[in-house]
Design a protein around this ligand. Structure first.
Ligand SMILES: *Cc1c(COP(=O)(O)O)cnc(C)c1O
Length: 356
């Protein structure tokens, strides 16, 4: 029996599953994880919270994750409450629920490339049509052109990613506002890397009052150093939360996940303490690559896109042969390196010098 022999949906035939190539090398700088593992105090607190929750594991979890949503709202600030917040297994699941509620057959989503590859994958996976908008050659988004694309395609959902993956650049709020004013449907601002943004970069959360069709998504996978927990969330008008309740699976967020995420919030000081070090390491990496004569996109995230290489595959393979795994992603000629610890970045620099 082969995949081709199954009665698969026509639009999924020939598709490849999402996934970064996995290689067992010492320096893993390919998936934008936070390189710092939780402290012993956090691990102990986590173990204790899960021990307590375990006593109730014969019961389904709180299907509305109320305590966790209260904690997430308090973390976000901006006057938000649990009614404004929704959580799921990674922000990818939140995005899928948004597509299930606001997309679907006969509907359209628009995003601006190069950007996060999961946006079109989740869109088409929910039978929603995907339209590719373009960013400028320097990866900025021209608000006039964004509005023109919206007026041309009248999308039900617009995706903005800020800071953008894989380019690293954040959007200014004037651009987000222009998109909100023009969009006939929902506008999703994917802020997976918000905590890494350079000083003074405003969050789209500040636009929530007065914009009931705006959704801001966040995750614990990056700055929060909890990728293994699978916890993503969004903030929006309470009516948006009500819409997502219509499509979420019952009890989608396990008791254990909710407990782990609550503990992570309690330790947000420690977890975000490493963000300052990662930002510094990022800025140093950008500078070092530029001194080496490479082209580097400005970054508000925990990764750096650099190039340009006529044969980027050769550079990627050369690094891999030296024990450093980065990501071959983004426009041809560019490569993306996630920011690791000081030691890991030193290994990356040494390996890249070897390759060049
Ligand atoms: C990593 C990433 C996410 C996070 O996905 P999770 O499902 O929360 O792990 C979301 N959006 C973008 C742009 C990302 O790069």
């Amino acid at each position: 029996m082969r995949l081709e022999d199954l009665p698969l949906r026509d639009d999924l035939k020939g598709k490849r599953p999402y996934g970064a190539p996995e290689h067992d090398v010492p320096v893993q700088l390919d998936t934008n994880e936070n390189p710092y593992p939780p402290s012993k105090a956090l691990v102990d607190d986590l173990a204790e919270e899960i021990r307590l929750s375990a006593a109730d594991l014969n019961r389904y979890p709180d299907m509305n994750a109320t305590l966790l949503r209260e904690g997430l709202a308090a973390y976000l600030g901006h006057g938000l409450s649990a009614d404004n917040v929704w959580a799921a297994n990674g922000s990818n699941e939140v995005l899928q629920q948004i597509l299930q509620a606001f997309g679907g057959h006969g509907r359209t989503a628009l995003g601006f490339q190069p950007s996060y590859s999961m946006h079109p994958i989740i869109t088409t996976g929910t039978n929603t049509a995907w339209v590719d908008g373009r960013r400028e050659d320097d990866f900025t988004l021209d608000p006039g052109k964004a509005v023109a694309a919206i007026e041309e395609h009248r999308p039900d959902i617009v995706f903005l990613t800020s800071p953008n993956n894989p380019t690293g650049t954040a959007l200014d709020l004037a651009t987000v506002r222009a998109v909100l004013d023009a969009a006939p449907g929902m506008v999703v601002v994917d802020e997976a890397y918000a905590e890494f943004a350079r000083e003074g970069t405003p969050s789209a959360l500040t636009l929530l009052p007065g914009h009931p069709r705006l959704i801001v998504t966040r995750t614990m996978s990056k700055a929060f150093a909890m990728a293994g927990t699978r916890l993503g969330y969004m903030a929006a008008h309470p009516a948006v939360v009500q819409a997502l309740l219509l499509v979420r699976l019952p009890y989608h967020l396990s008791t254990i996940t909710q407990a782990a995420a609550r503990v992570a919030l309690r330790h947000s000081g420690e977890l975000l303490g490493n963000v300052a070090a990662l930002r510094q390491e990022r800025d140093d990496t950008v500078e070092w690559l530029r001194v080496k004569g490479l082209t580097v996109a400005d970054s508000d995230a925990n990764f750096v896109l650099f190039g340009r290489f006529a044969d980027r595959r050769a550079v990627w393979e050369g690094l891999l042969a030296r024990g450093v795994l980065i990501r071959e992603v983004g426009p041809p000629e560019w490569l993306r390196v996630s920011i690791g610890t000081g030691e890991e970045m030193a290994a990356f620099r040494a390996a890249l010098e070897g390759v060049l």
